[in-house]
Ligand binder design. Structure first.
Ligand SMILES: Nc1ncnc2c1ncn2[C@@H]1O[C@H](COP(=O)(O)OS(=O)(=O)O)[C@@H](OP(=O)(O)O)[C@H]1O
Length: 723
């Protein structure tokens, strides 16, 4: 073969080989790509509901659920990954999330419980993170103009008794603006139906009951479980026979947890919450209680205060000795005293009024925090609100709630300060948009979003109408004792300031606060399902009776007259409850002659919110209180000096005035003698000067008296409502 032909053959064979290899590689690539597409499609199908829920919740809750900022510290970041991780066996609602993380409860991704660090991780339980959770969303950029940049320091020189928020408060309308309000989901609305999809097969058996109580189903047309619950009278509530019908879960086989609590085998959230890996019931000490308004929340606050106080736990108290966490602003971590500069290393309990914003709360509280709150029927709540907040613009011009409701909102201006109290207050407190939905479709979408947001941020929602039952549920959730949850009814109106609403007016309230009504209906139903799955009615009734017996015993021991009295009859001024609006808030008198220990216990049981908050603040921050007192003293001294200067000026002016008056009189009498007109105008000017100086002196003197008194009283204005 000629050399050239030989070279060509070699060359072709190489090319041929290369071509063949390339062809094989191409085919392989295409095959791999196809495989990838198929797998992705399958995965997407599996995860879509949860994905949609977390993504939609993020959009809906208007700042409660945001994407995870890269700037968060690893501790916080890990918690968030835990919160919204879309693991195969994790769920977004706290209860099921907990169920699916047995032995690793409330431990973020990658974290191991103490003493278990060396344990191998269970790969199938390792939650994986959905990419869009990590990427920052546009919603992440804070709408900071809606919240104060720093806790507004109270300049003591400023108007005494006036809460700075009254002055600085932006129109509530701004807080409800689109920026902060949850967006209505564009994709399939999350919520109950999606939850059913995500449930375990056993849970799915109960999907019928879940769907029945879904907010998608109009409550009016559905005489289901929740309505039966709602319709009960207080007398019925006390009788177990009249409790809502048992939900299906009760008929399923139950297992006993190590401490004897019965629980459904596939729904162990409550057990998991309070038990560690070896099943030991450990009292929970990291707690957030969203203190909603007019829902018996002050009674719960007292329970939490007593528990934390007796165990020397640290409360996340409002900065600057406020009584609320700068409500109605959206909560910011720096509203908490000691949260800045790492002054307080660990907070245990956060429970003062706030407008909830989960992301900010989680910056303050540890990862294993238990979140709970309480709801009350918007109907009885509205009656209470109207009496208590009578001075807000919405109610000012109406003599009765009936008149207000019959007006149908014609004179209601949502943008006026404090008017948020008048409509969908629960929704507002949970940090959501409380403006009324424009249509039934919007109501469906927004209430679904609201419920989803509450479910994803809270482990337990209690019901005020079933207060004692709620306390039993809470006791098990926190692994506390009966003694820990016993309480006296606080912040309660006397009978004479109560007005019963007719069924027709009750219907008007449900329409007026339609979001709150949906929220209440949903959680009323889930409350009873919780009872059925966690305890069973018989056990619940047994424990409720024990609780009531203990309360009766304490009432006999502690209370003079055995019960509540009107504020005018409260003997110890320091234990008088805060009075507001046209409500008459009752208090208690302690029986005399008690031993020191019992007296102390009784005193704590009846201590109203403001006084207890102030006492805890003083206990936690004695140095700051001393500073406040010093500042108050300094301001008082300054004011006194100013007042005395003014008095000196006043007497000089008076003297001057007398001299000038005498001079004017002299001129006038000469004028009269000479038959000329009097120059009275001079006298009037002098008198005016004198009265101005006098009133200045009075203001300063009053201010100095006020600032000399207890600074906590000076600042503890419970409600930020202009008088
Ligand atoms: N244990 C118990 N069970 C049932 N209801 C109770 C309980 N304790 C307090 N209350 C009632 O709760 C209303 C006061 O609620 P809050 O303390 O949340 O009010 S506040 O927002 O802190 O001002 C107030 O309601 P009204 O009396 O209707 O105004 C209280 O009577």
């Amino acid at each position: 073969m000629p050399r050239s032909a030989c070279a060509r053959t070699v060359c072709y064979s190489h090319l041929w080989l290369t071509w063949k290899v390339l062809t094989v590689l191409t085919v392989l690539c295409v095959a791999l790509q196809l495989l990838g597409v198929v797998r992705q499609a399958r995965d997407t199908k599996v995860i879509r509901p949860a994905d949609e829920q977390s993504a939609t919740a993020e959009r809906q809750d208007g700042g409660i659920l945001r994407s995870i900022p890269a700037t968060l510290d690893p501790h916080q970041r890990n918690y968030q990954l835990f919160q919204w991780s879309n693991g195969k066996n994790l769920d977004t609602t706290p209860a099921r999330r907990l169920t699916s993380t047995v032995n690793r409860i409330l431990v973020p991704n990658g974290y191991q419980l103490a003493g278990k660090a060396s344990q191998p991780k269970e790969p199938n339980k390792e939650p994986w993170v959905f990419p869009e959770i990590v990427n920052q969303s546009p919603a992440q950029s804070e709408k900071s103009e809606n919240v104060p940049k720093m806790p507004p320091e109270i300049p003591l020189e400023d108007k005494p008794g006036v809460h700075p928020e009254v002055v600085k408060q932006p129109p509530i309308q701004r807080q409800n603006s689109e920026n902060m309000s949850p967006k209505v989901p564009s994709r399939a609305a999350p919520g109950v139906i999606l939850e059913v999809v995500k449930q375990s097969p056993a849970q799915n058996q109960n999907s019928e009951s879940m769907l029945r109580t879904s907010p998608e189903v109009p409550p009016k047309d559905e005489p289901g479980l929740n309505l039966e619950v709602v319709k009960q009278s207080p007398a019925q509530m006390r009788n177990s026979k009249n409790m809502p019908p048992l939900s299906k879960e009760l008929h399923k086989p139950q297992i006993s947890s190590p401490n004897g609590i019965h629980a459904d085998s596939d729904n162990q959230a409550m057990i998991v919450l309070s038990h560690d890996e070896v099943g030991v019931c450990r009292p929970k000490n990291h707690i957030v209680f969203l203190k909603t308004h007019k829902t018996a929340s002050s009674t719960i606050l007292n329970i939490l205060y007593r528990y934390g106080d007796s165990q020397n736990l640290t409360f996340a108290l409002p900065a600057n000795m406020y009584s609320q966490l700068y409500y109605p602003y959206f909560f910011m971590s720096y509203f908490v005293e000691g949260s800045r500069f790492g002054r307080v290393k660990e907070f245990h309990i956060m429970c003062n009024h706030m407008r909830f914003r989960g992301l900010e709360v989680r910056k303050v509280m540890p990862v294993d925090t238990f979140y709970f709150s309480i709801l009350r029927s918007p109907v009885s709540m509205m009656e209470s609100i109207f009496t208590y907040y009578k001075s807000i613009p919405a109610f000012q011009n109406f003599k009765t709630l009936t008149e207000f409701l019959l007006d149908g909102g014609r004179s209601f201006n949502a943008s006026l300060p404090s008017n948020h109290y008048a409509r969908n207050l629960l929704t507002f407190d949970f940090g959501m948009d409380s403006s009324p939905p424009a249509s039934k479709v919007e109501l469906d979408q927004r209430s679904t979003a609201l419920i989803a947001a509450v479910e994803s941020n809270f482990h337990l929602i209690l019901i005020s109408e079933y207060f004692d039952e709620s306390m039993i549920l809470l006791k098990h959730a926190l692994c506390w004792t009966l003694e820990d949850i016993v309480s006296f009814r606080l912040n309660s109106r006397s009978e004479k300031s109560r007005h019963k609403l007719s069924p027709e007016l009750a219907e008007l309230v449900k329409q007026w606060s339609s979001l709150d009504w949906r929220l209440y209906q949903h959680f009323n139903a889930t409350f009873w399902r919780r009872i059925d799955t966690m305890l069973g009615r018989a056990k619940l009734q047994e424990e409720v009776e024990l609780l009531r017996a203990r309360r009766a015993e304490l009432e006999q021991t502690c209370l003079l007259g055995g019960g509540a009295v009107d504020p005018s009859k409260v003997q110890d001024e320091s234990l008088k409850p805060f009075q507001y609006g046209t409500a008459v808030i009752q208090g208690y008198n302690i029986r005399p002659g008690l031993d020191k220990e019992t007296h102390r216990l009784c005193q704590r049981l009846i201590m109203p919110e403001l006084q207890y908050t102030s006492a805890l603040y003083t206990k936690q921050f004695p140095d700051l209180v001393a500073k406040f007192k010093n500042r108050a003293k300094m301001v008082a001294t300054k004011n006194l000096a100013a007042a005395s200067r003014t008095t000196t000026r006043l007497s000089a002016l008076n003297h001057n005035l007398q001299t000038r008056t005498a001079a004017v009189h002299k001129i006038n009498s000469q004028s009269i003698t000479n038959g000329q007109p009097q120059k009275l105008v001079n006298v009037q000017t002098l008198a005016k000067d004198s009265s101005v100086v006098k009133s200045d002196a009075n203001v300063l003197a009053q201010r100095s008296i006020e600032t000399q008194s207890d600074p906590s009283k000076y600042k503890a204005i419970k409600h930020n409502i202009p008088s």
